[in-house]
Design a protein around this ligand. Structure first.
Ligand code: P6P
Length: 337
């Protein structure tokens, strides 16, 4: 294998070539990557580390928290508090933002994360992951409030995820393409395995939870019915289906070989825009997917153009291979076309 490039070297060279990564952002990314390394150690222990099962508490979403949800959240908070690169953090597992304590210097970035996405898969040994998004703090006063976080996804300075699967792989964008790093456990370092990741514009693979078919809006139903009709239908080709029920795993497959991922609005909870959260699931994944030549919409508009109103607001998500996302978005915008 050609001389391996570490995450640190990749970030330094990006900074040298493009001035793309200010020192504070570089530190932030390396600290998050180190936290993901620690989370992967707990995840990999499973039953041997007394980290499985529920924590006996609920998160702000009213969901039962798994022990690893709480552990992962604590690891990310503790790792990022002291470095002077952050002003505050927000997490799926915390009702309100966590402002960097006064005993530490404050930085210019805001970090948002889903510390362990796919929790329902933890106890059955299926891939799960950490998703993170980085925003710049607007204004220079020391005060930070939830409003500082309510920026559209197109304002992100960086985004990434770490998938804890057969390999532990970190996927990252700072707005200059997408790179993948696999954890070399013998050296304890992140090693570059791919840069300039590109999602094929076409695919024959869709990812959606089919058990919800009776609850979908007509444009989603039309799109999936056409896929299921296969060669004999209007698409003229057969499609395959995958649904891991871990967004990180489904998105990683799409980054690797193409596909479309959908978690659309449905009639089960009509007042909610969708199941997934905008700020720390949809936005970071949309940034990564767009940087890899894909597309990400809520059926009506680009996800990264949505102006957030609440920290934990939900959104309908369609993302992946550009031509497929364009098609299903078109069905929403012109239902009779
Ligand atoms: P369902 C995991 O809980 C998650 O938030 C995403 O990672 C995943 O895509 C989705 O929910 C799975 O939802 O309804 O299929 O269990």
């Amino acid at each position: 294998m050609a001389s391996s490039i570490s995450l640190t070297r990749y970030l330094v060279e990006k900074q040298r070539q493009h001035g793309h990564i200010p020192a504070q952002l570089r530190l932030l990314i390396e600290v998050v990557a180190r936290a993901c390394k620690r989370i992967s150690i707990s995840v990999n222990k499973g039953a041997l580390g007394d980290v499985l099962g529920t924590a006996g508490s609920e998160n702000v979403q009213g969901e039962v928290q798994k022990k690893l949800d709480v552990i992962s959240n604590e690891v990310l908070i503790e790792a990022n508090e002291w470095g002077g690169h952050l002003a505050a953090m927000a997490s799926e597992e915390m009702d309100s933002i966590h402002v960097v304590p006064h005993r530490y210097p404050q930085g210019e970035y805001l970090l948002l994360f889903d510390p362990l996405d796919g929790s329902s898969n933890i106890d059955v040994n299926v891939s799960i992951g950490t998703i993170f998004s980085v925003l710049r703090k607007v204004g220079h006063s020391r005060g930070v409030s939830e409003e500082d976080f309510l920026q559209p996804g197109k304002q992100q300075a960086a985004a990434g995820y770490c998938i804890y699967g057969p390999q532990t792989t970190l996927v990252l964008t700072v707005g200059d393409g997408v790179a993948m790093f696999t954890l070399d456990r013998e050296q304890g370092s992140w090693t570059l395995i791919q840069e300039d990741v590109q999602i094929p514009h076409d695919t024959k693979e869709f990812a959606i939870n089919m058990s919800n078919v009776r609850h979908w809006a007509p444009p989603v139903k039309r799109y999936i019915d056409e896929c299921l009709a296969g060669k004999e239908g209007p698409r003229g080709k057969d499609f395959n289906m995958r649904w891991v029920a871990s967004m990180v795993a489904d998105v990683h497959r799409i980054l690797t070989r193409g596909g479309i991922f959908m978690y659309p609005w449905d009639k089960r909870e009509p007042d909610k825009a969708g199941k997934l959260r905008l700020m720390y699931e949809a936005n970071p994944m949309a940034f990564i997917v767009e940087q890899a030549g894909g597309m990400a919409t809520n059926g009506q508009q680009r996800i990264m153009d949505i102006q957030p109103e609440k920290l934990h607001q939900r959104v309908s998500v369609m993302l992946g291979s550009k031509n497929e996302v364009e098609r299903v978005t078109g069905y929403h915008q012109s239902p009779t076309a």
